[in-house]
Ligand binder design. Structure first.
Ligand code: MTE
Ligand code: HPA
Ligand code: MOS
Length: 759
């Protein structure tokens, strides 16, 4: 069987793939918007004078709150984001927007808008917010066992603190929206959004019109990574408002600097923990307090903290555990979803804890990790059974063997003994990631499948394509379920007038949810066609099989199109809607108990690094990955997701650093000041394998979600760097910053080798 190639691969490679801005550029009548941005992190807006800007060439309007016919406040969960703020809450926040004939004219005029501010004190860090009692949420807690008693009874205890950095999504295509009135007078919104329904609803609220007046279409995105789950909607609302005010089509497109400064990022976290453990390395009790930096508004921060609390165990059984989390409110852009969605931060924290336990005891870290793995029948701290816990051990052992871990550990020790100024480090880390939206009701999807008389097929579903290959996977599902060739299936641009009330394409569940909705629609069609085929073939409907565009039964064969034509003449409907709601999941947030996930995705990675003791500079020598993708729908897509997710995680944990100045202005605002992993940082040897015999009963055609889980494989790189730092001397735990930039690695080595250091 040939594996499905990304349905837009050729278009990507030839630059023919169109994005929202390309659509807008084909419309010469479209106007362009540019924001006037706050020059303070926190201030009252005392006055706004647009008279000079309105005199500038090409200017059509300056949008302010006075133009809004509907809701002034937006926000996905809590409506706490004013489109036109009278109190600015972060540096760079849009205060108003200029609409002009060209982007250059809008930009020039924006600089002429006079805004008077009365500055107010600003909180920028989690620590400052804690001191000021500034929070966006009440604390959430998940507790199991008797953490206090068992902590006291543990043979060993240690406590610590870890700060985990944020991360910019750095999608290649910036936030963009293009809105025009369609021929029927409705608003047609083209948006680079992961959540067309929320974008539709936000536009409708701001304009004060019913949802049916607004169509949101999402052709494709040039990357999203969670950054367009909620945060695309405000830009669509501005474009729609501009369209309402001027009567013309309006485009909003941010440049890199503005996108970086205006939109939220991955949440930085602060963890304070105490762990109790036994002399063999077994974890007995854990108390951990998590704080995230939510920025100025709630956005998805509560759900992100929730997912963090769900992942503080990673693969480890900790029978007595209390995890508490609270979101700090600061004067920064509102932090949002990003690949891993809080689970990633929590997993970094628990891997640090396990490493400290092992090094405190002087035991090999990989042994302590393995010793604490969940086994069959175990339940997590929120009460969900880890049904296929044996996969953790299976992946671990297979990867240990295939990566030759033990021999390499020995070779590496010998190498380090010979090398004084350069040291190598090796680590293996596991991943367990819960699949489903933790907000149960979001786990639903719809689809519509249309069969034309010539046998060609159009598929609509509620998911969006952001490069992750969702359309490719759904096409495989449709072709298989209908028994036609993939090339006769066309995936249509996602539109809210085709499938309504959709969830965001997020939580890695795009193909699980939309794929299953499409499969069900196809099964309904096939069941309708089977009796017709039975007549043609002379057999019972139950004996008919559909495969590869042919329909067979009773030893005979007809083309799919013949069956379709016959069904049409018999006046049967050749279209079907499909719907799927993930069964069996539930969660009671009050009790902190339930089964929030349909299943877990598993994987493990081995990283080997080489560190220069003089500079902290390092090289990634080799990566070995074994990841569980179930029965892959599209192995090439899944490989891309594993490699890409790993590298994005590596960037987060080793080189990307979001830096704000003391005034709250973003200092790292482009690729020149924000170090992304480049080809030079890619591992010299990069081995990616997928787990065999891994069919997932709970998902479409036995497949498994692969969008987010591989990102956490990169924790292995941070732990390998720690291992290398340890090799420079000293004993006991190694303190290492996160991200482990070369600078952080340098200071870790200094700390470790400082004469008289406790280590
Ligand atoms: N892959 C690419 N190329 N671009 C993206 O924006 N987003 C990631 C992941 N992989 C992303 C990606 C995130 S955050 C999620 S939740 C999933 O894809 C969403 O798509 P899926 O549910 O279809 O896997
Ligand atoms: N993951 C991603 N996005 C979400 C989630 C989740 O668990 N819940 C709400 N939005
Ligand atoms: Mo992904 S962070 O769930 O969009």
């Amino acid at each position: 069987m040939t594996h499905a190639v990304h349905e837009s691969a050729l278009l990507h490679a030839t630059c023919e793939a169109r994005y929202v801005h390309d659509l807008a550029l084909r419309d010469p009548t479209a106007l362009h918007a540019w924001p006037v941005q706050s020059t303070h992190a926190h201030a009252h807006v005392k006055g706004l004078d647009a008279s000079r800007a309105l005199q500038m060439p090409g200017v059509r309007a300056v949008l302010t709150g006075a133009d809004v016919p509907g809701a002034q406040q937006i926000g996905p969960v809590r409506h706490d984001e004013p489109l036109f703020p009278s109190e600015v809450c972060y540096h760079g926040q849009p205060v108003c927007w200029v609409i002009a004939d060209t982007e250059a004219e809008a930009r020039a005029a924006a600089s002429q808008v006079q805004v008077a501010y009365e500055p107010l004190p600003a909180l920028l860090t989690i620590e400052a917010a804690i001191a000021a009692d500034s929070f966006l949420t009440q604390p959430q807690t998940i507790e199991t066992g008797r953490p206090d008693e068992e902590m006291a009874a543990s043979a060993h205890r240690l406590s610590g603190e870890l700060r985990v950095g944020g991360q910019e999504h750095f999608y290649l295509e910036m936030q963009c929206a293009y809105v025009h009135r369609d021929a029927a007078g409705g608003l047609h919104v083209h948006s680079s959004t992961q959540h067309p329904t929320e974008t539709q609803i936000t536009v409708a609220h701001v304009l004060g019109v019913p949802a049916h007046e607004v169509i949101c279409e999402a052709l494709r995105m040039g990357g999203a990574f969670g950054g367009k789950e909620t945060q695309a909607s405000s830009f669509a609302a501005i474009a729609a408002l501009g369209c309402l005010v001027t009567g013309r089509a309006v485009v909003v497109r941010l440049d890199r600097r503005r996108d970086f400064a205006i939109t939220g990022k991955r949440h930085p976290f602060l963890a304070r923990y105490e762990v109790g453990f036994e002399s063999d390395g077994r974890l007995r009790a854990l108390r951990v307090e998590l704080f995230s930096n939510g920025g100025y508004s709630l956005d998805l921060s509560a759900a992100i903290m929730n997912r963090a609390l769900f992942h503080i165990d990673n693969c480890y059984r900790i029978e007595h555990l209390r995890a508490r989390g609270r979101v700090a409110r600061t004067h920064l852009p509102s932090n949002t979803a990003m690949r891993g969605f809080g689970g990633s931060q929590a997993m970094v924290i628990v891997e640090e804890i396990v490493d400290r336990v092992a090094r405190t005891l002087g035991l090999p870290v990989e042994q302590v990790r393995e010793r604490n793995f969940y086994g069959p029948g175990d339940r997590t701290h929120y009460g969900q059974e880890v049904r296929d816990a044996d996969r953790i051990g299976r992946i671990w052992r297979e990867l240990m063997t295939s990566s030759r871990f033990t021999e390499r550990r020995r070779d590496l020790a010998a190498w380090n003994a010979r090398s004084r100024d350069t040291k190598r480090g090796l680590a293996i880390t596991p991943v367990k990631f819960g699949i489903s939206f933790t907000t149960t009701y979001l786990n639903q999807a719809g689809a519509s499948v249309l069969v034309y008389r010539d046998g060609s097929v159009q598929v609509n579903h509620g998911g969006t394509e952001m490069g992750q290959g969702l359309h490719t996977k759904v096409r495989v599902v449709a072709a298989r379920a209908l028994g036609v060739l993939p090339q006769s299936v066309r995936l249509m641009p996602t539109r809210t007038d085709k499938v309504p009330n959709t969830s965001a394409t997020a939580a890695s569940s795009g193909s699980d949810l939309n794929g299953e909705a499409v499969r069900r629609a196809c099964v309904e069609l096939r069941e309708r066609l089977a009796p017709v085929a039975g007549q043609l073939l002379g057999c019972a409907p139950g004996e008919v099989t559909f495969a590869d565009g042919r329909v067979s039964g009773a030893g005979k064969l007809v083309a799919f199109v013949e069956v379709v034509e016959r069904a049409f003449l018999q006046r049967l409907p050749l279209f079907a809607m499909g719907f799927y709601a993930t069964p069996g999941i539930h969660y009671d947030a009050q009790r902190g108990r339930g089964e929030p996930f349909r299943y877990f995705a598993y994987g493990a990675a081995v990283a080997e690094v080489e560190v220069d003791g003089f500079t902290g500079h390092y090289r990634l020598l080799a990566i070995d990955i074994l990841h569980d993708v179930g029965d892959s729908l599209a192995p090439l897509i899944d490989r891309g997701q594993i490699e890409g997710g790993f590298l994005q995680g590596m960037g987060w944990l080793t080189c990307e650093e979001v830096v704000f100045g003391p005034d709250g202005a973003l200092r790292s605002r482009g690729a020149s000041t924000y170090k992304l992993p480049g080809i030079g940082e890619c591992p010299e040897r990069f081995v990616v394998n997928t787990l065999g015999r891994a069919s997932e009963a709970g998902a479409v055609f036995g497949s498994k979600a692969t969008g987010e889980p591989p990102l956490m494989l990169a924790i292995s790189v941070r732990e390998a760097l720690r291992d290398a730092v340890a090799a420079f001397g000293g004993i006991g735990p190694v303190a290492l910053g996160c991200p482990a930039t070369p600078e952080a690695v340098y200071w870790a080595i200094q700390e470790r080798t400082r004469p008289g250091s406790g280590a």
